[in-house]
Write a protein that binds this ligand. Structure first.
Ligand SMILES: Cc1c2[nH]c(c1CCC(=O)O)Cc1[nH]c(c(CCC(=O)O)c1C)Cc1[nH]c(c(CCC(=O)O)c1C)Cc1[nH]c(c(C)c1CCC(=O)O)C2
Length: 363
């Protein structure tokens, strides 16, 4: 049975993702439904993090919080969930206290036997699909809905490190000591990502973003050997599965944080429609690296939001000039270069949106 959804009233994001010129840049921010919002913190006093992820009405409510608060200023919703639902679906326990913690991480390749042999995403992650379908209905076509997942390398490092890390010693030990087992595990994670992403499109996601938050921890050579093949597999397999089931394609965004050195190879070979960039590269340089056949997303340093209204306006103006070069915006989705952080005043984020509207407009 195909579900029908309300018609979309704001397609700026989808047009920019397809590389088209837009009257102004569409804008949203990573982690826009999160702890900087008092209405989010209020829900969190009553519910655990993963409890919210698994409860479609609550996940929907939180997804809509920034859409309501910034109505008319924000051009996309991103479903409230987490990248770590995939390790959970593969059979690992993940706690959030307050950062992610895996009580029983993968120490050596023999631990791979602890993972579920077959992962049925419809069984394990149906709650995400239900949250997407409900949210797409509740959005009433106001803005498109983004689905997402973590990239294999980023998930692999969490599953092995057992949580956050500054050194990546354990996950890199795997890459260099057990390269073949590592590649096999990365591809196994990628296969779960593929089925999860296809399921998200069927459930109502209108654009998919893959978060490779730890891409920048790898040398360009190791990114090409270990991360990129699994990312390519995801873009290729998602598209072919959607085509095989006669489901319309959706744009796909790859955010490989810190992988600026690999931008041109990602543009040429990754198979994504949009590349996310962080603030460590100037937009004009990123555009030169990737050419004109792919869209870009980014890239204000999230910490600029702590600098007050004057700094925000100045830096947004600079970002817009660097992306546009005096022309109308084309193939550019404005965003931060990483997620918004808990201490930001929501009114400063509103000002960021207003400045993007003002300085990205073609005139
Ligand atoms: C690495 C990563 C994670 N999760 C995610 C990433 C990739 C993006 C990135 O690099 O920031 C992705 C993510 N996590 C969350 C979303 C929701 C959608 C959105 O608004 O962007 C998305 C897209 C909610 C969340 N995920 C988490 C929170 C805060 C937890 C809380 O409510 O206590 C939220 C709102 C928890 C989480 N989840 C994760 C960490 C490291 C943490 C704790 C520290 C932190 O918040 O930065 C793993």
């Amino acid at each position: 049975m195909t579900v029908t959804f309300p018609p979309l009233k704001n397609d700026l994001l989808l047009r920019a993702a397809r590389g088209e010129e837009t009257e102004r840049a569409p804008v949203w921010v990573m982690r826009q439904a999160g702890r900087y919002l008092p209405e989010f913190r209020e829900v969190r006093t009553k519910h655990e993090f993963f409890e919210i992820c698994r409860n479609p009405p609550l996940a929907c409510e939180i997804t809509l919080q920034p859409i309501r608060r910034f109505s008319g200023l924000i051009d996309a919703a991103i479903i409230f969930s987490d990248i770590l639902v995939i390790p959970q679906a593969m059979g690992m326990e993940v706690q959030m206290n307050p950062g992610p913690h895996f009580p029983d991480p993968l120490n050596t390749p023999s631990d791979i036997a602890k993972l579920k042999e077959v992962v049925d995403v419809n069984q394990e992650l149906q709650y995400v699909f239900d949250a997407l379908t409900l949210t797409r209905q509740e959005l009433k076509g106001e803005v498109p809905l983004i689905g997402f997942c973590g990239a294999p390398w980023t998930l692999f490092s969490y599953m092995i490190e057992g949580g956050g890390t500054k050194t990546f010693t354990k996950s890199k030990t795997w890459l260099f000591k057990y390269p073949e087992e590592s590649k096999a595990l990365l591809m196994r994670i990628a296969d779960v990502c593929v089925n999860f992403l296809v399921g998200q499109v069927k459930a109502g996601a209108q654009l998919l973003q893959i978060f490779d938050s730890w891409a920048g921890e790898l040398s360009p050579h190791d990114f090409a050997s270990f991360s990129l093949p699994s990312l390519k597999h995801i873009s290729t397999a998602v598209r072919s599965k959607l085509a095989a089931e006669n489901i319309p394609q959706v744009p796909m965004t790859l955010f490989a944080k810190g992988a600026d050195q690999s931008l041109s190879s990602m543009a040429q070979t990754s198979g994504y429609d949009v590349l996310g960039i962080d603030w460590c590269i100037e937009p004009v340089d990123a555009r030169r690296e990737v050419g004109h056949t792919i869209a870009l997303q980014g890239n204000l340093d999230p910490n600029v939001l702590y600098g007050g209204k004057e700094a925000i306006e100045r830096e947004v103006k600079r970002m817009c000039e660097s992306f546009r070069g005096g022309k109308p915006p084309k193939g550019w989705i404005a965003n931060l270069g990483h997620g918004i952080t808990p201490g930001v005043d929501p009114e400063d984020l509103r000002w960021f949106f207003q400045c993007v509207h003002k300085y990205s407009a073609s005139k």
